[in-house]
Ligand binder design. Structure first.
Ligand code: SPD
Length: 278
């Protein structure tokens, strides 16, 4: 009998992949963790039965959470990634030699351990001396942070339910704003404007109440419900379209998805999104 793994979203949408085999199944204090080999999307990670990333389309997600911020922030020496336990986001960030220090704050150590062992094709430089890994709650980390401001904050959380819910709230964004350099940039994953339209609109509006600019941008991620995904760029000083051409040109020479044309186009809003955001 064929083996399938389905994400069922809201009881109304299902996205399933035919499997070759299950590679890992376990449970942490926070969630179930699965790594599977699929027929069409290569090796993939699911948390609590929701797809997180796959070899086939991880570049769409990780390049686009990282490079719009890394090409626009005034300086990019200090970066913090909240969540992102599979390592794809830090992989993109550490690929940039201008970055001097990256902190990744992931709640669930099991996710990191499993991805280090089984998602090796992501080629994450886990032992890069510029990287500090912390296994703790990202909300408390930013709330209590009192060090040098971060130039870039990336919020690579899972969907806004359970322990990740607070990553999409006003108190969290206020903490992030406090630790972000004045001319720094925050980018968060902000759900699908189709499959999770109310969540998407609420999160963008919440970011807009904390930051001067908070602009969503869109990326096709076939693994996620509806396939149309959003990130939101937030900053008090930086225009999301004003990327540094030299930095962006360097990056686009080595990416699978990101380039300067995509950077500009991703910020275009379909009319239904304009309506959702009022
Ligand atoms: N519904 C999926 C939301 C996924 C957000 N994070 C994915 C982790 C990839 N690094």
């Amino acid at each position: 009998m064929a083996l399938w793994f389905d994400e069922i979203y809201g009881g109304k949408i299902r996205f399933g992949l035919k499997l070759k085999r299950s590679v890992f199944h376990g449970k942490s204090d926070f969630q179930s963790v699965d790594v599977v080999d699929t027929e069409e999307f290569g090796r993939a990670l699911a948390l609590e039965d929701a797809w997180m990333t796959s070899e086939r389309d991880e570049a769409h997600y990780h390049e686009m959470i990282a490079h719009p911020a890394l090409t626009t922030a005034r300086q990019i020496k200090r970066v913090v990634v909240i969540g992102g336990g599979d390592g794809g986001s830090i992989g993109e960030v550490l690929g940039d030699p201008e970055v001097e220090h990256v902190t990744m704050v992931e709640l669930d150590k099991l996710v990191v351990d499993v991805c280090r062992e089984h998602l090796t094709s992501f080629q994450v430089p886990w032992t890069d001396p510029r990287l500090t890994l912390r296994y703790e709650d990202g909300i408390a980390y930013l709330r209590d942070f009192s060090g040098e401001p971060y130039d870039v904050i990336l919020i690579d959380g899972s969907d806004p339910v359970g322990p990740a819910e607070g990553l999409y709230s006003s108190p969290f964004y206020e903490s992030a704003k406090r630790v972000l350099a004045k001319d720094g940039v925050l980018v968060s994953q902000t759900e699908s404007p189709i499959a999770m339209a109310p969540d998407f609109a609420r999160i963008v509006k919440t970011l807009r109440s904390s930051f001067k600019h908070a602009e969503p941008f869109f990326v096709p991620i076939p693994l996620y419900p509806s396939g149309m995904w959003s990130f939101t760029f937030a900053s008090d000083a930086i225009d999301p379209l004003a990327f540094d051409d030299t930095r962006a040109a360097k990056i686009e020479a080595q990416t699978r998805y990101y380039n300067r044309e995509i950077h500009r186009a991703a910020f275009a809003k379909p009319n239904f999104v304009r309506s959702l955001l009022g």
